[in-house]
Write a protein that binds this ligand. Structure first.
Ligand code: C2O
Length: 359
């Protein structure tokens, strides 16, 4: 894990047009001079049930909007502020930290393109959800997920689209998005930078095959699904490297590129690691990516098992928790949703609508 408060540098990796970046490259977390605590599992009585964003009740949507607004209203230097939450991604992904703790001060930490991808983002959302709940004093608060693996969930959820709601800014809106895509709404899970311009019906079928490809065909064993081994002393690997996991390389990256504004110098916001966290859509995309990890295991196919290597189990990260304490978390503690006290509401009739969509 990085020593996040003492050694952190400006983001510089993977940002092609640094001089024109629309967001700051100073991504280090605020230092409150606190010691790092060990993580303890939550003792919540209820399980937080994450809900499909396209099917939220008015109450759920209002609450979610209010929570994000509360986060935006915090002073910027607060560890829970909207900007500081966004910067977490930038620091861990664009070279904010080095592997100094493991004896490699000249090598950056990169939590993408390898088997750190799923656990890091699970922890990131875990704390994000609890922080939002605390801000609106709702101990059961649960995040929505952008359910792009079923036809009804493929359009970008309506609540993210309008710029204002009843004359006030919509806290879920982000100005740096591809306006054409947002207008057409149906995501392309295989987007590679070019629009396919195919009828919606066909796009839906394509998307189902992409999910099948990422969870079944290309994700048949632990490392193909999670991504390759990445341990202390390894240089960060790049996008397009064969060791990137099936979902990360596939639907995950496609959605980032599809939402981001290709007219911005670095595809901001969603199209670059350093800026992705500034779009509220990032977090509902990643809840669904996190859910793919769960569904992949629920398929119960041979080979669909979590990594057991010590290097994976012992890898760790540091986050500010909902009490503004610095907490160290390990991959080993990320595997059980029961212990983390959250889960996903599933469609009781059809959990795998893409199951027969073999490409
Ligand atoms: Cu950390 Cu979707 O990227």
């Amino acid at each position: 894990a990085p020593d996040i408060t003492s050694i952190c540098k400006d983001a510089s990796a993977g940002i092609r047009n640094k001089d024109q970046a629309v967001r700051t490259l100073k991504c280090c977390p605020p230092s409150l001079g606190k010691p790092i605590k060990d993580f303890v599992f939550p003792t919540d009585k209820k399980v937080r049930m994450r809900w499909p964003a396209q099917a939220g009740t008015k109450e759920q949507v209002d609450k979610y909007r209010a929570a994000i607004q509360a986060m935006r209203d915090l002073p910027e230097d607060h560890p829970h502020s909207f900007v500081n939450q966004a910067k977490i991604h930038c620091a861990y992904c664009n070279g904010g930290y080095t592997q100094v703790d493991s004896g490699f001060p000249d090598i950056d930490i990169q939590i993408h393109n390898s088997w750190l991808f799923f656990p890091f983002h699970r922890w990131y959302l875990y704390f994000y959800e609890r922080i939002l709940g605390k801000l609106i004093k709702d101990p059961d608060f649960a995040l929505p997920f952008w359910k792009w693996d079923e036809p009804a969930g493929m359009p970008i959820p309506e609540m993210f689209v309008p710029e204002t709601i009843d004359g006030k800014p919509n806290s879920l809106y982000d100005v740096y998005r591809n306006a054409d895509h947002i207008k057409d709404r149906i995501v392309d899970l295989d987007y590679d930078g070019k629009d396919k311009d195919i009828p919606d019906k066909q796009q839906v079928l394509c998307n189902l095959s992409t999910v099948y490809r990422d969870l079944v065909r290309n994700g048949g064993d632990t490392l193909s699904f999670f991504g390759g081994v990445y341990v202390a002393g390894d240089d960060p690997v790049g996008n397009g490297d064969p060791s990137v996991g099936s979902v990360e390389a596939g639907s995950h990256t496609a959605v980032h590129r599809w939402v981001g504004d290709s007219k911005q110098p670095n595809g901001e916001d969603m199209g670059n690691f350093y800026s992705a966290g500034y779009d509220p859509a990032f977090y509902i995309h990643h809840t669904n990516v996190d859910r793919m990890w769960k569904l992949w295991k629920d398929l119960r196919l041979p080979g669909h098992v979590d990594p057991t290597e010590k290097d994976w189990l012992d890898a760790s990260y540091v986050f500010y928790d909902e009490n503004e304490d610095l907490v160290r978390v390990y991959n080993r503690d990320s595997v059980s949703l029961d212990k983390l006290k959250y889960n996903y509401i599933e469609n009781s009739k059809e959990v795998f609508p893409w199951r027969k969509s073999r490409p």
